[in-house]
Design a protein around this ligand. Structure first.
Ligand code: GCU
Length: 612
């Protein structure tokens, strides 16, 4: 804002308003909603080049007295003769960025940028009668605001979950425009908070589209195989705008099975389908069935696999059988081009490498990954650990922060609950052992169980040491079905061979998973087993780790850190890290390191871990 012209706010406001369409400021903006299976709905893609404006001072939205503007850049105004004030932006002349995509790897000047950026995109549309239109956002990191034709339609916080904004009232026949402001500024009371060991990729990082549904439509559903002898598929369907007594129907044609349900006052109908000759989903047989859901004028067809997951003492049972999870961690970093992963190809490359490693399991760290990744895991038969970004030291005593973590957890589960691949909801990673933290995450775990009693709850805990004995007694373990723990023997602590004499004391009779171990190596850098940063040193860590882990009787899985090198602002070591975390078994350019083959051998020959 130009400070030289000090017109009184009122007169300035009045002047400007006279030439600008009146905003229905009074109308509260509806919060965005979750739509389960949104990616299976007919949609108009808005992906492509969007005009952008970098706005470090957020002057496109806030006045010089930090009040939200009525005539902000969301109006996408064009200067015209006779204007009473200057229009100091013009999307039609500004540079573009690709959507979906992070801005950091698209434009060098934005590589380190953290702050607000404006996006504008024109689209033509023919609204239909008795049809609601939602602006579907796959993800926007971190805080985002959306306007269509100058009217605010929603705002959202959280960079890794999808949401949908009702734009039915503002979309018009013909040319329309959507404007978004996305701000990836890190703040202490965010989830995640200030410190992360991954790049803070900003922007509209996943697909954006317009989804059409009837006035009354199926917004959420949960269809899964009931635990037990496995001939009952159960669940529920929620109908937005549905009336008590309305009928819903769920059909699985391939199984010649149909069931109907009736909405109760909460808009939800319970369904039970009796099935026979069901081919259960598993890594060996990732069978997916077409599931058709009908409610009034609305229908959706999803592709769902049916399996059960549970624990029995220290065992994890997949379809009633003990299983050992041969896994690897994955960040949503795009192979080769780097930046936020968001395509089918990204997913198939990453999961393809995991399968080549001999994995039947992946830990998708440290935030919910894209639906493209989860669809690929369903198709390719890879079990998934999905995680809420409660990472390191959040403000655990701040109720607002708990509400944000709960909102992100709800969005994660409500969006992705029908993926057979997902067996774990992880509540957190490496959080400090304090009473506030334990209370915070115990609350989240109870919420996840209520939202989805068909899966297992876990978290990645820190371990403590008593001499050469590692102890897992974090009180948070009480709230978990399966205990994950991270350890870096041979990298951040001691030497690779220290693993040989390390004992483990685990104060829980539950299945445990080593959710992280490993060390950095620059692909192609060679030396002796004790030369840090070399492939040989990393391989040496893996050799000793596999021996040690085999001595933990209740170990039921592992996901070493990490499949592929990824960008991190905490890793500046020139010539070696160059702002990448190099703990990948594969470099970001696809070069397999020596340790890849160590783990591949152990996984394919099944010499590590015991299912029971
Ligand atoms: C931590 C953390 C990861 C991090 C890794 C590392 O344990 O969970 O996010 O990248 O260690 O230090 O490489």
């Amino acid at each position: 804002m130009m400070h030289s012209i000090k017109l009184s706010c009122v007169s300035l406001g009045a002047l400007l308003l006279s030439s600008i369409p009146v905003l229905a400021a009074s109308e509260p903006v509806k919060p965005p909603i979750v739509i389960t299976g949104a990616d299976m709905r007919p949609a108009t893609s808005l992906n492509g080049e969007w005009a952008t404006l970098v706005d470090p001072y957020f002057s496109g939205l806030f006045s010089f007295h930090h009040e939200e503007k009525k005539n902000g850049w969301f109006l996408n105004q064009k200067a015209k003769s006779g204007d009473t004030g200057p229009i100091e932006y013009d999307f039609s002349k500004s540079p573009t960025l690709k959507v979906p995509g992070d801005w950091n790897t698209q434009r060098e000047s934005l590589f380190y940028y953290e702050g607000p950026i404006w996006y504008e995109h024109d689209f033509t549309y023919q609204p239909k009668t008795h049809t609601r239109i939602f602006l579907h956002i796959g993800a926007a990191n971190y805080r985002s605001w959306f306007w269509v034709n100058g009217q605010k339609v929603c705002e959202h916080e959280g960079g890794y979950t999808s949401f949908n904004c009702d734009v039915t009232a503002v979309v018009r026949d013909g040319v329309n425009f959507v404007v978004a402001a996305v701000d990836n500024t890190r703040r202490e009371d965010n989830v995640p908070t200030l410190e992360t060991d991954w790049w803070n990729y900003g922007g509209l990082t996943r697909s954006v589209s317009l989804i059409e549904v009837p006035d009354t439509f199926i917004d959420q559903y949960d269809i899964h195989l009931s635990r037990g002898e496995g001939s009952i598929i159960e669940g529920w369907v929620h109908v937005e705008g549905g009336q008590s007594g309305d009928k819903v129907e769920v059909a699985i044609p391939e199984l010649k099975s149909t069931a109907s349900g009736v909405l109760s006052s909460d808009g939800r109908a319970i369904v039970h389908l009796a099935v026979s000759a069901l081919e259960r989903w598993s890594p060996e047989t990732p069978k997916l069935y077409k599931v058709e859901i009908h409610a009034g004028d609305d229908s959706i067809t999803d592709l769902i696999g049916f399996r059960t997951i549970e624990t029995r003492g220290t065992q994890i049972l997949l379809n009633g059988k003990p299983i050992f999870l041969r896994g690897i961690c994955i960040h949503a970093e795009a192979p080769y081009r780097t930046g936020r992963a968001n395509t089918d190809k990204d997913a198939e490359t990453l999961l393809g490498w995991a399968k080549e490693l001999g994995s039947n399991f992946v830990r998708l760290a440290h935030y919910p990954h894209d639906e493209t990744m989860l669809r690929a895991a369903d198709r390719m038969g890879v079990l998934v650990w999905s995680e809420n970004p409660v990472y390191w030291a959040l403000q655990f005593d701040n109720a607002k922060v708990l509400a944000k973590a709960e909102q992100q957890l709800d969005e994660e589960i409500e969006t992705s609950r029908n993926h057979a691949a997902i067996i774990f909801w992880s509540m957190a990673n490496e959080t400090p052992n304090t009473p506030a933290r334990t209370q915070f995450i115990t609350t989240l775990a109870a919420r996840a169980r209520e939202l989805d009693p068909s899966r297992l709850i876990t978290a990645a805990l820190l371990v403590r040491a008593e001499g050469y004995t590692k102890v897992i007694d974090d009180p948070l373990g009480k709230a978990l079905d399966v205990i994950g723990f991270n350890e870096y023997i041979g990298w951040y602590e001691q030497r690779p061979e220290t693993a040989d004499q390390t004992q483990w004391r685990i104060d829980y009779q539950k299945p445990v998973i080593v959710s992280e171990f490993g060390g950095d190596a620059k692909a192609g850098l060679h030396g002796g087993d004790n030369d840090r940063w070399t492939e040989e040193y990393q391989a040496n860590i893996y050799r000793h780790q596999l021996g040690m882990l085999n001595r933990i009787p209740q170990l039921r899985g592992m996901s070493p850190w990490i499949l592929m090198d990824f960008r991190s602002p905490n890793r500046p070591l020139t010539g070696i890290q160059d702002e990448f975390n190099r703990k990948g078994l594969i470099s970001d350019q696809g070069q397999k390191k020596a340790a890849f083959y160590i783990l591949q051998k152990a996984y394919t020959e099944k010499t590590v871990g015991k299912p029971e």
